[in-house]
Design a binder for this molecule. Sequence first.
Ligand SMILES: Nc1ncnc2c1ncn2[C@@H]1O[C@H](COP(=O)(O)OP(=O)(O)OP(=O)(O)O)[C@@H](O)[C@H]1O
Ligand SMILES: [Mg+2]
Length: 243
Amino acid sequence: MKRCLTGIKELDELLGGGLPPGDTLLIGPPGCGKTTFCTQFIAEGLKRGEACIYVTVDNSPNYIRKHLKLRGVDPHYYEQKNLLRIIDCYSFKIKGWFPEKVREEYVVSNPADMNELLDKIEKARSEIGPNGRGVIDSLSTLILATHREDEKYSYAFTLLDLTNARVKELETSAIVVLVKGLHDPKVEARARYICEGVIEMIVMEKESALERYIRVSTMKFTHHGTDLLKYRITERGIEIVKD
Ligand SMILES: Nc1ncnc2c1ncn2[C@@H]1O[C@H](COP(=O)(O)OP(=O)(O)OP(=O)(O)O)[C@@H](O)[C@H]1O
Ligand SMILES: [Mg+2]
């Protein structure tokens, strides 16, 4: 089975060589380093010559480009080489006020419209080819952007279901971010159920300081370790700390 290396050596060892094909849910509380993890995952793919799609909902495309630069890749170079596409589900928030600032090619004008989002992803995929990896950062904000209460969760589950099936068919891996504590526990349970695997980021209060840990909770077809890996965030990204 094909595997996607995450870019974090110790985590890839726990995973038995990286992520299997399909969606992996990345769950963690606000500010724990989820976007850092995702940009590291994409930078790793680009360094390996894989095509990558980053659906950004919580941050501007330029913020993601800055993160990628810090992770050692030049996003513009890969965009020109048709290896990177950033799907912009962020700029609709500022477009009315600052239309001159929105110069992205893949702007989703209404992220609550799943067809528009899936069309943009498909357009990007057809340009960069099938051999790649993807990120949705975050599913939580897409859920919150869906206007009608009764549509919120069917939107999330349909999106997860469709992307998981398509990503598996392409034999590649995608990371879908869910913010811990933001949704009904049933939502988290169902998202865990749909995805091929779950990676959790955990923040604990220890003697007046915060400690951060990452672990693999589940991963289909994988004999994975379940150890908690302590990490810190630096300019280079997520780094595992050995005690
Ligand atoms: N250069 C850095 N050096 C050290 N720590 C950093 C650095 N940059 C960010 N951090 C830490 O990373 C955290 C934010 O990381 P990130 O944006 O990846 O988190 P997140 O989980 O995506 O947040 P959100 O839930 O808001 O989307 C900050 O709270 C800070 O503690
Ligand atoms: Mg984030």
